[in-house]
Design a protein around this ligand. Structure first.
Ligand code: GDP
Length: 193
C-alpha cells in the first residue's frame, strides 16, 4: 500500500468513543518498548506520528490512526511494563478485552515481538488470548537489523515455537531501521481488506 495520508483520528478508552463508520481496523499490540510506534511510523512513512514509548502514569488510550481514509491502525498501549500499578493494569486489561472481543471492524491484530529474544510470558499470553477469541494475527519480529543475518532463521524458529504460532498466522521479519519486511507486512494486512 502506498500511504499518502495518515492522521490521528481519535483516542478512545471506551466503545462510545471509537470512530463511527465501518472502515476496517488493524490493532497493533506488543510489550512496552518493543518497537510498536517505530513499526507504525515505518508502515505509514512518517517519522513521528505514532508517539514512541507511552509513559506509565499517562492515560492509556486506544489511538486510532486513519490511513488513506480507508482503514485504521489502532495503537494499543504496550503491556508488560513493571512499574504500572495493579489498578492501571486492570483498567488496561478491561479496555483491551472490550475492544478485541466486541469490535466488528477489527480484521486482524498485528502482534509485535523482538526478534533478538524469545517471546516473553506476556507475549505468549497475548497470543493465546487472541487465539482463544479466534482473532487472525500477524506476528512481526522486529529489530532484525540487530541480529546477524545468519541467525535470522534460528531466531524466527524460536519465536514460532515459543508462541506456538498457528498455520494461518504469518510471521514476518521486520526492521524499522532498514524498512525490511515493510512490503511483506502490508501484503499480509491487505489480505484482510
Ligand atoms: P514502543 O514502546 O513499542 O512504541 O517502542 P518504540 O517504537 O518507541 O521503540 C523503542 C526503542 O527501540 C526506540 O529506541 C527505537 O528507536 C528502537 N527501535 C524500534 N524499532 C527498531 C528497529 O527495528 N531496529 C532498531 N535498531 N531499533 C528499533
Amino acid at each position: 500500500m502506498n500511504v499518502t495520508k495518515a492522521e490521528i483520528a481519535v483516542s478512545a478508552v471506551k466503545p462510545e468513543q471509537y470512530p463511527d463508520g465501518a472502515l476496517p481496523e488493524f490493532a497493533l499490540a506488543g510489550r512496552s518498548n518493543v518497537g510498536k510506534s517505530s513499526f507504525i511510523n515505518k508502515m505509514i512513512n512518517r517519522k513521528n506520528l505514532a508517539r514512541t514509548s507511552s509513559k506509565p502514569g499517562k492515560t492509556q488510550t486506544l489511538n486510532f490512526y486513519l490511513i488513506n481514509e480507508s482503514l485504521y491502525f489502532v495503537d494499543v498501549p504496550g503491556y508488560g511494563f513493571a512499574r504500572v500499578s495493579k489498578k492501571e493494569r486492570e483498567a488496561w486489561g478491561k479496555m483491551m478485552e472490550t475492544y478485541f472481543t466486541t469490535r466488528e471492524q477489527l480484521r486482524a491484530v498485528v502482534l509485535i515481538v523482538d526478534l533478538r529474544h524469545p517471546p516473553t510470558k506476556d507475549d505468549v499470553m497475548m497470543y493465546e488470548f487472541l487465539k482463544h477469541y479466534q482473532i487472525p494475527t500477524i506476528i512481526i519480529a522486529t529489530k532484525a537489523d540487530k541480529v546477524p543475518k545468519g541467525k535470522w532463521q534460528k531466531h524466527l524458529k524460536v519465536v514460532r515455537e515459543t508462541l506456538n504460532i498457528m498455520e494461518d498466522d504469518k510471521l514476518i521479519l521486520f526492521s524499522a531501521e532498514t524498512g525490511q519486511g515493510k512490503e511483506e507486512a502490508w501484503a499480509a494486512l491487505e489480505r484482510f481488506l
